[in-house]
Design a binder for this molecule. Structure first.
Ligand SMILES: C[S@@+](CC[C@H](N)C(=O)[O-])C[C@H]1O[C@@H](n2cnc3c(N)ncnc32)[C@H](O)[C@@H]1O
Length: 387
């Protein structure tokens, strides 16, 4: 499609530039690329060394991300970029625009008129543009020895391209922990990471409590995979992370020997998240932070006539079941005396699995209220399963 002039694309370029100039542009997501080795690209306004620029980030199929700042004649540059994608979504404070190009070359542009109307009204709010200095705001910098040894950063502390998303993920997770510090002990803490996998998060959390907050930490990490557990145990020894213990086994059968102050879990597969939440609440954890992974159970067992109008569309069915599952999980935790929230772990651009379930044990509970919540939980389950 390169170099073929297009009126729809011209209009799109003009309105994107106007949004950018009025600082109303949040991002442009470019998908369905012509290049087979690419997944997608994202254009984001950034402030780099006090200059307001448009940055293009391209994600390739071999898990690499490339960045470049748009220079020169913006309209020509944008047109050249846009011509290589069949779907373009513009997100702005003036509204959203969608551009699509079919295989036969038919183009559709939706939402442009509304956005133009907003721009003309002069009532568009400006976006706080992202800065390339966001790194220094993170709790982890990349220079930490454990990140280098885990291969997240290189010897100079630069985050490796394919580990950028993981780095942001663990940083954000640690930020969530920081936000509940007043609910946790301040001197000595017992932390469990259930379904720890390669334990990027566990090492980060241990480092945060031990080296940043200078606390006494007992960190216990459990996973089914023997090779991964062996690798992590050896790494903990090499790092001198003495109070880290790695256990190979099924979390269902695992018995917590220390009182859990904090239970964390990142992307425990399917019902493993439910096992984590049950184990943590049964053992009276003070705080539970869990980001679920894919979930299939309810998708297979849902049997609810009232929701058939959603469930008959397979994609919507999965999204609805994901939301219902997480809401049910929170309702169950609430009925066990926790204050609960569903938060966003990270930008959905990084991973769609970005819901953070947060549960904080209440100091005082109303037993009658808990009883009602338990009834509500059971009723909701029966309603969804058609029992
Ligand atoms: C998607 S990985 C996530 C790993 C890690 N938390 C992360 O985010 O990088 C899910 C992990 O859960 C573990 N797992 C699944 N079910 C489990 C169970 N019942 N007991 C222990 N580990 C389990 C798997 O072995 C796998 O390492």
């Amino acid at each position: 499609m390169k170099n073929v002039k297009s009126e729809a694309r011209d209009r799109l370029c003009t309105v994107v530039l106007e949004l950018y100039e009025q600082k109303a542009l949040k991002k442009v997501v470019l998908s369905k690329p012509d290049a087979s080795d690419e997944i997608k690209s994202v254009l984001t306004p950034m402030t780099i060394s006090q200059n307001y620029v448009l940055q293009l980030e391209t994600f390739s199929r071999d898990n690499k991300a490339f960045h470049r700042n748009i220079k020169g004649e913006y309209d020509k540059e944008l047109d050249a970029i846009f011509s290589s994608y069949s779907q373009i979504n513009v997100v702005s404070t003036a509204g959203d625009i969608q551009y699509m190009r079919s295989k036969g070359g038919k183009e559709t542009l939706l939402g442009e008129a509304k956005v133009r109307g907003q721009l003309a009204s002069g009532k568009v709010t400006a976006v706080q543009s992202k800065s390339n200095n966001t790194k220094k705001n993170y709790i982890l910098s990349g220079n930490e020895d454990f990140l280098k040894k885990l291969g997240v950063s290189d010897e100079s502390g630069r985050i490796r391209d394919k580990m950028q998303a993981k780095f942001r993920q663990i940083n954000k997770f640690v930020e969530h922990i920081e936000s509940v510090r007043d609910k946790l002990p301040s001197k000595s803490i017992n932390v469990y990471d259930l379904c720890c996998g390669k334990s990027y998060l566990s090492f980060a959390v241990y480092h945060y409590f031990k080296n940043v907050l200078k606390m006494d930490v007992n960190m216990i990490c459990v996973d089914l995979k023997a090779d991964v557990i062996e690798y992590c145990s050896n790494l903990a020894v090499r790092l001198g992370f003495e109070q880290m213990e790695f256990v190979c086994g099924d979390i269902m059968a695992y018995e917590m020997k220390l009182k859990p102050h904090l239970v964390i879990s990142l992307h425990a597969c399917d019902i493993a998240t439910d096992i984590v939440l049950n184990k943590a609440s049964e053992n009276g954890a003070d705080v539970i932070l869990s980001t679920p992974c894919c979930h299939h159970e309810l998708n297979h067992t849902l049997n609810c006539e009232t929701l058939d109008f959603v469930a008959r569309h397979s994609m919507l069915r999965q999204k609805m079941c994901d939301a219902l599952t997480d809401a049910l999980r929170l309702l169950r935790l609430e009925s066990c005396g926790y204050k609960v929230d569903a938060l966003e772990l990270i930008d959905p651009e990084d991973t769609p699995k970005n819901i953070m379930l947060r549960a904080i044990k209440k100091k005082r509970v109303d037993e009658a209220e808990l009883k009602q919540l338990k009834i509500k939980y059971e009723q909701t389950k029966r309603f969804l399963l058609g029992e």
